[in-house]
Design a protein around this ligand. Structure first.
Ligand code: NAI
Length: 776
């Protein structure tokens, strides 16, 4: 035992290790683990070892889920679902509340178990992860109670398959299970093979609170078990993990009508503007990258710092980095714990080696004995260096500099991911400007790594789609109110007519494609016959040109602002009404009336579909802003050439997207004739691009296009479209087949699918964030 005077001499921290006795006793008493199916644990089969990465010791043996286990778990969930959904919201809320209470009582036990199995410092699991787990169950107890009043007409989806990774084992479980249960679904969850233990402890809690058997099922195993679960008879798949597996899941579920949310990788920018509080920003790096061993999907692992302050920033960063304590995760004064598994350690080191081989300089980042890597960063790193593009998922950041805000935004967005961003500037103007410019689902201004159950979380681009948390998260677990569907007639087959077919007079009257605000003959000049006219047969090249035009049109369209866009939509209505007779001849009187009403509806909504500020935490403004996807590809319904077309195009452009719309294959004339209306209504060139031809191949081309951000598809060929979209991790909305002349064919749901939430965290107040008061 060191003496007091000895401590004064060295000023060393002594060890302060959290007691793991209760957890070890529980593990010993439990023995090998089976799965949790239908409210009970199965007998352990084919167990595999789960280790404590800090020591390498085996903690437990866990079962590898087989096809039979998965099928049994899904059957149990299916059997339990109707009864669970039939409970009142209040009854479901009581169960979620009871789970929250028990977890809260067991916070210490669960934190120690999490740290033992995952290697993260006890401070992280005890002070951040487990309290957030509790918060999620309380928050969603609230949504269970309010489901029917807040989401009228919505119903549960059924059985949800949930596959989670190892970096936040219990927190990811809470993010997935709490909203699913609140909405009235039942679940089969597969934890990551490295870290299944807190999920198994959670299963015991479900039994303890008397959750009906089959509502929560936990099947352990590796990726093979995950694959089996994803392809089982489930209604929704929710996945968090690598982009590569996310892509495979999108392919596996294509055409199956399973709802899908993907929360995938990230390579988030951490932007330090010249006027940033550098000390605070350094703490942000510590918090976001190093405290979690960098094992966070939203880690701000690309530090971008203004050149004018970079030397000072690096000095502060190094000074802080050198003082971080790497070591025993259960020690309360450890900053950086163990990497989750030797496999992951090897992966991190291999990326670092390749980065250094490609010219980067590694500062710190030494590999230590066991599963430990000291915090570090790669400097002098070129944009094409693998360390810059690959997700390192370890305590190694990259550091590069910029000179202007434009360069900062370009560098920040120079990635295929778009999960999160952290921006540091003492100027509200600079920070919010940058927050608007970065392409990310979550933006932290002058803060980092903050989460809350009420604040939607999720990515854009190859970081996935769908949101977890808050209202948006609930909607991802609910089915929209049923509409009376009307089957869309299948398109008549196309046979191409060569260029010059028919009389010259006929060809002169042939309508053209509408791209970039101008009429264009299709590339190749071929046509097909529909509605007694020669319709341009659009090609892949036309699609590529249209996408380019749609990109070029974006800035002007967004620059108009919501009110400006509303005005344009009203003009469309006005001009349509002046040409009422002409369009009625191509469709019908009532279809033109519907089209005009639809313009009014979305013109009305253009400046009212707004963001909200949520009271997630004291001392923080958390703004949730619906943002347009960017360029959308839309396959319009076949049956209703005008009302169907506008029912999809108008909501998409109302929120600020530009679109490439593939018109009805059999009834394309009205859409093609819209060019005059669009021209005279001040729709900027490139906002609406209209392509005709073989609809399904054209939309598949859009789905595969790198520069198209979302697809809406109405038709019978969903599988091919979803397959094509899987490569670029693009959301595809299977638009229900409406009777397009009914009022149900318009509404908020269309606007919601035309946008995705960006969550922006803005701490405020002269007192430290989180004190809950700004009064002096
Ligand atoms: P992973 O994506 O392979 O695994 C995540 C989960 O998916 C695990 O439960 C795994 O068993 C399961 N899984 C694997 N293959 C599957 C399949 N074909 N079908 C269904 N489920 C499947 O991630 P892994 O190997 O653990 O980590 C690899 C890399 O992924 C990391 O280095 C990191 O870059 C990234 N990652 C990203 C995370 C995030 O939160 N976005 C979390 C964990 C890893």
């Amino acid at each position: 035992m060191p003496s007091v005077s000895g401590i004064m001499e060295t000023m060393e921290y002594g060890p302060s290790v959290e007691d793991a006795g209760a957890v070890r006793a529980w593990l010993a008493a439990r023995g090998d683990f089976g799965h949790f199916i239908g409210g009970a644990f199965t007998a352990p089969v084919g167990p595999f070892a789960v280790i404590d990465p800090a020591s390498g010791a085996v903690l437990a043996q866990v079962s590898q889920g087989s096809a039979d286990d998965v099928a049994r778990a899904v059957r149990a969930a299916r059997k339990a679902q109707p009864k669970w959904a039939a409970l009142s919201g209040h009854e479901r809320a009581r169960f979620l509340y009871a789970i929250a209470r028990v977890i809260q009582k067991r916070e210490r036990f669960l934190s120690v178990l999490e740290t033992l199995n995952n290697g993260k410092p006890i401070r992280e699991s005890r002070d951040i992860d487990v309290p957030l787990v509790v918060r999620h169950f309380y928050h969603h107890a609230g949504w269970a109670e309010l489901r029917d009043s807040e989401f009228p007409g919505h119903t549960s989806l059924g059985v949800c398959a949930q596959v989670i990774p190892w970096n936040f084992p219990l927190l990811m479980l809470a993010w997935k299970i709490a909203p699913a249960l609140a909405a009235g679904n039942t679940v089969v969850l597969k934890p990551a093979e490295f870290t299944p233990l807190t999920a198994l402890a959670f299963a015991e809690i479900c039994a303890e609170v008397g959750l009906p058997a089959g509502v929560v099922n936990i099947v352990t195993g590796d990726g093979e078990t995950g694959e089996l679960l994803v392809s089982a008879d489930v209604d929704k798949v929710a996945f968090t993990g690598s982009t590569e597996v996310g892509r495979a899941i999108a392919r596996a579920t294509a055409g199956s009508a399973k709802r899908l949310t993907l929360e995938l990788g990230g390579k988030s920018p951490f932007i330090v503007m010249p006027d940033a509080d550098l000390d605070a920003a350094v703490e942000g790096v510590v918090d976001l990258i190093w405290f979690n061993q960098g094992q966070v999907c939203c880690a701000g692992s690309r530090i971008l710092v203004a050149e004018s302050v970079s030397a000072r920033f690096e000095r502060l960063l190094c000074a802080r980095m050198e003082r971080l304590r790497v070591g025993a995760p259960l020690d309360k004064s450890t900053d950086v714990g163990a990497i989750v598994h030797p496999i992951q350690k090897a992966r991190i080191l291999s990326i670092c080696d390749r980065a250094v081989a490609a010219g980067a300089e590694l500062v710190g980042g030494a590999a230590e004995e066991g599963c430990f890597i000291a915090p570090g960063y790669l400097r002098n790193i070129a944009p094409a260096n693998p360390g810059m593009s690959e997700e390192i998922f370890g305590p190694i950041a990259t550091l590069s500099t910029f000179r202007t805000p434009d360069e900062a935004a370009d560098l920040a967005n120079n990635t295929r991911y778009g999960l999160a961003a952290s921006i540091w500037s003492e100027s509200a103007t600079v920070a919010t400007d940058m927050a608007a410019r970065v392409r990310a689902g979550v933006v932290w201004v002058n803060c980092a790594n903050i989460f809350d159950a009420a604040a939607p979380f999720g990515g854009v681009r190859e970081s996935g789609y769908g949101r977890e948390g808050g209202r948006a998260g609930m909607l991802d677990y609910l089915a929209a109110p049923k509409v009376r569907e009307k089957r869309d007639p299948a398109p008549k087959p196309i046979s191409a007519l060569p260029e010059g077919y028919g009389t010259p007079g006929q060809i002169d009257r042939t309508p053209k494609l509408y791209i970039g605000g101008a009429q264009k003959r299709p590339d190749g000049g071929a046509s097909y016959q529909a509605q007694g006219a020669l319709i341009p047969l659009g090609s892949r090249k036309d699609i590529r040109n249209a996408v380019e035009a749609a990109h070029a049109g974006r800035a002007k369209w967004l620059g108009l602002g919501a009110h400006g866009r509303a005005q344009v939509l009203y003009f469309i209505a006005e001009n349509l009404s002046q040409r009422h007779r002409e369009f009625a001849a191509l469709t019908s009187e009532s279809e033109v009336d519907t089209a005009i009403r639809r313009c009014f509806f979305y013109a009305g909504f253009a400046d009212k579909f707004d963001g909200t500020t949520i009271a997630a935490r004291p001392g923080h403004l958390v703004h949730v802003q619906p943002e347009p996807h960017g360029v959308m590809g839309i396959a319009c319904p076949n049956g209703s050439g005008l009302a169907g077309f506008l029912s999809l195009v108008l909501p998409a452009i109302a929120v600020g997207n530009t679109v490439v719309a593939v018109a009805s294959q059999s009834n394309p004339l009205a859409a093609l004739m819209l060019y005059q209306v669009l021209d005279t209504s001040d729709v900027p060139g490139g906002v609406v691009n209209i392509v005709t031809g073989a609809r399904d191949p054209l939309i598949a081309e859009l789905a595969a296009h790198d520069d198209v951000q979302a697809i809406w598809y109405s038709g019978a060929g969903l599988e091919a479209v979803q397959m094509a979209a899987a490569e670029t991790v693009k959301p595809v909305w299977a638009v229900p087949a409406h009777d397009w002349q009914r009022e149900a064919a318009q509404g908020r749901a269309f606007l919601r699918h035309a946008s995705r939430d960006k969550t922006i965290w803005l701490p405020y107040g002269a007192l430290p964030a989180g004190t809950g008061s700004t009064s002096y």
